[in-house]
Design a protein around this ligand. Structure first.
Ligand SMILES: [Ca+2]
Ligand SMILES: [Ca+2]
Length: 244
């Protein structure tokens, strides 16, 4: 075999190996990462779904979809969903990989918000006026009891009795020193700083006449005879921040 022929064979061999390994077409276009999200915010716990089927590779195929949900968990597949149980702001990152090993990524922000507590309160003793209105007596010791629920727990119960007096605690007592309608507001705060105010009007009777109570001087004493439900809460009268 001539030297020229050996060289030609060697060159052909190298060319074939190069073609098989892809070195003749070294430019690989990266994929494009695209996805949609069903819910980008909500109160925890909430589930949102992600759809990355619009992602594509211009010169090949996507072979892997990798999800980082931003809260320490991950997933895979073109369509997935995730439940957020912790409050916070999270960045969801999708990474797609094509058949050449090239990658692309896309991100979206998720806001998982603290559920605000629910709150209400009762008070007693209270009696009934002839028109059915419930009232408490001026100067009488009235017990206020809060009820509240939350996904966490209630840190503080704050009372504003509408007469300049305030108190703190789940169960408190108060004596109104003036008759009239007092707007009593309870504000509960949860372990994540979420606040919920609730306001009820409290009718205070005293002096002469003394409503349905028994007068001792100009102070009424009453028994807990009022069975009517509490007036609707006047939540719109109270201001309070919600969140975070
Ligand atoms: Ca490609
Ligand atoms: Ca909460």
């Amino acid at each position: 075999m001539s030297r020229t022929r050996v060289l030609a064979l060697l060159a052909s061999g190298l060319l074939l190996a190069c073609a098989l390994s892809g070195c003749l077409n070294p430019i690989t276009n990266p994929p494009q990462a695209l996805f949609s999200v069903s819910l980008s915010e909500g109160e925890t716990p909430f589930t949102t779904s992600f759809n990355a089927t619009l992602s594509f590779d211009p010169d090949g195929q996507i072979v892997a979809y990798q999800w980082d949900f931003g809260d320490g968990t991950t997933g895979s597949g073109p369509v997935t969903s995730h439940e957020y149980t912790k409050n916070g702001e999270f960045v969801v990152r999708l990474t797609v990989v094509d058949n050449s090993g090239a990658t692309a990524a896309a991100e979206v922000d998720i806001s998982a918000q603290n559920p605000v507590p629910s709150a209400n309160f009762e008070y007693k003793p209270r009696s009934t006026l002839p028109d059915g209105t419930c009232f408490v007596c001026r100067g009488e010791k009235v017990t206020f009891e809060a009820s509240a629920s939350d996904d966490g727990y209630i840190v503080t119960y704050e009372w504003d009795f509408g007469d300049g007096e305030r108190a703190e605690g789940e169960i408190v007592t108060h004596s109104f020193q003036s008759s009239g309608v007092h707007m009593v507001t309870l504000t509960v705060t949860d372990d994540d700083g979420g606040k919920k105010p609730v306001t009820h009007p409290v009718t205070v009777e005293g002096g002469d006449p003394c409503g349905g109570g028994t007068c001792v001087g100009d102070i009424c004493l009453t028994t807990d005879t009022c069975s009517a439900p509490l007036p609707l809460p006047y939540e719109y009268l109270a201001t309070g921040e919600v969140g975070p």
